[in-house]
Design a binder for this molecule. Structure first.
Ligand code: UDP
Ligand code: MG
Length: 352
């Protein structure tokens, strides 16, 4: 078996003084207010790294002026590519669209609302130079989020950690850096139920956490209400674990065993003491309990079945309404070597 640390050491030797080209992917849904601020702050960080870079903004069917704001920014910054989706497909699909279009040596995923401090990109790049393929941000605190949200989020991550077949790091969002080969690996996973945190974990490769304090949203409101979060949690658990199905089997077994023992008691009592007409309440309790348990687990079966149904339709993960490539990309496209369709395995370098 190969020693992963040897691979890291080899990668480190190769990367130690490199300036990788950076693609930064920003999903944006109704973020008109914060985008200019985000762009300014993140651009300063990227320029400070000295790396060639490109912004890939994915407009996920925003209802406000996000797209216009992006076009305005693009007029003055030749590093900006805009991907416009045909409607709101959700953050996971928007990220996938961005990843499919990224051409840097490394890709950074970041939220538009400045909750993920762009300054952390320096630490990400340092991790990449140490030889890691994935450097992800772990939040130590979350400011500006309600007690209830922090509590449920904490427990969700601990819960999924236990039941998931792939270990998913706790307190981790999408904010991370990925190497080209990690992006390529992710591009092969085309499932419909995209629980990105799980997909990120599934691909493996040398991975390093970086700790940070999560800032409150800079402007605008969170797009996640509790109903969305609940569905997100269901998606997460059903995509990465079959534990609920197993639990239902064990619980079924357990109740059946209990019923069997109870039957013996009833038969014994009837034989010994005759059969006075009694026991209506206990009968009701048992009937309702079993009925409830059965309904719950039929529901769980349904959840999995529904997901299988969705997967079998094999619909595309997102549809494009248009792409406005950055000026840099247009130049790249002009040169004959780039007229061929993009080959995902070969990083294309935008100019600094
Ligand atoms: N987002 C998106 N599509 C959606 C919902 C959100 O692209 O349907 C983007 C949003 O613009 C932001 C990021 O995903 O850049 C995180 O969203 P949000 O801040 O609402 O989530 P939270 O930080 O509250 O978890
Ligand atoms: Mg946010």
């Amino acid at each position: 078996m190969s020693n992963p640390h040897l691979n890291i050491a080899a990668a480190q030797r190769e990367r130690v003084n490199q300036l990788p080209s950076v693609s930064i992917i920003v999903p944006a849904y109704d973020e008109e207010i914060v985008l200019p601020r985000f762009h300014e702050r993140t651009r300063a960080v990227l320029q400070a790294t000295g790396c060639p870079y490109e912004f890939i903004f994915v407009n996920d069917g925003s209802r406000d002026a996000t797209l216009e704001v992006l076009h305005q920014l693009r007029r003055f910054d030749e590093h900006i590519t805009i991907i416009n989706l045909s409607r709101n497909f959700g953050k996971e699909a928007a990220l996938t669209a961005g990843l499919d279009h990224a051409c840097g040596d490394v890709v950074v995923i970041i939220d538009a609302d400045l909750q993920d401090p762009p300054e952390l990109i320096h630490d990400f790049l340092a991790g990449w130079r140490e030889g890691y393929d994935v450097v992800y941000a772990v939040r130590t605190t979350r400011e500006g989020e309600s007690w209830f949200k922090q509590f449920t989020s904490k427990w969700f991550y601990r819960c999924i950690q236990r039941v998931s077949d792939t270990p998913i790091p706790v307190d981790t969002g999408d904010f991370r850096l990925m190497s080209r080969r990690a992006v390529q690996a992710l591009a092969q996973l085309r499932e419909q139920n995209r629980f990105m945190k799980g997909l990120f974990a599934w691909i493996g490769y040398p991975t390093k956490p970086v700790r940070y304090a999560r800032d409150p949203r800079n402007a605008g409101v969170s797009k996640w209400n509790y109903w969305k979060l609940w569905n997100f949690a269901l998606d997460g658990i059903t995509s990465f674990s079959t534990a609920p199905l197993r639990i239902s089997a064990y619980l079924g077994l357990f109740t059946a065993l209990f019923a069997f023992l109870y039957a013996i008691v009833v038969i014994y009592k009837t034989l010994m003491f005759g059969d006075p007409v009694q026991g209506y309440p206990s009968l009701m309790v048992v009937t309702l309990f079993l009925g409830g348990v059965q309904l719950v687990f039929i529901g769980i079966l349904g959840e999995y079945l529904g997901r299988i149904y969705n997967e079998t339709k094999r619909r595309p993960l997102y549809l494009l309404d248009g792409v406005a490539p950055s000026e840099l990309r247009l130049h790249l496209a002009d040169s004959p070597e780039h007229i061929a369709p993009p080959d995902l395995s070969q990083p294309r370098r935008p100019h600094p």
